[in-house]
Design a protein. Sequence first.
Length: 222
Amino acid sequence: MFTLVVFDLDGTIVDSRRDIADSANALLAACGAGPLAEDRLGGMVGDGAAALVARAFEAAGLALPSDALARYLACYDARLLAHTRPYPGIADVLDILQSQVKLAVLTNKPLAATRAVLDGLGLSRYFPADAVIGGDGTFPRKPDAAGLQYLMASAGVPADATLLVGDSETDWRTACVAGTSICLARYGFGFEGFPVERLRPGDRVIDAPAELLGLLPQTRKS
């Protein structure tokens, strides 16, 4: 039985692909390149903003400027919530879960942007402030498991009672390292290209947020 559920953010709780892609393309345009397809940029997300920017410039055939990350973050900060929305049903799921289990967020997105998205979409009420970890803080980014291990220690919950919910191979690898269970959101934009042949017995995959409740028997609606 799970008593701690830790969520990734982009591609798991919120669909932020268009705002991320628009920001990356705005930077590429300023550097003289044409736009990349939104789905292609979405596939570059998951390992933090610096990795996304580097991948975008490589795909565009441009040298990476020394100030590219700072410029991307400025572009993104200006459009954080232009199109980003919670996935359908995610708020209902969080409403049910919050009274049954402890909730946390572990993302490679910068913490300030993470909090702005959660606040702006009315989702921060589900996650204690000290249970939200971004990719630019004390802990290394996923798939390093230090952030997840910290969340488990803070909650007083062992690995075998923890479920990580994400949408990418990065999330899967994080759970493997930490020894927790993993639930992959096939609806998330990070799932495309996931090596499904590497899934282990017991690894879970869902096609909609509401399906998560079926994996947690104590949270099922009566």
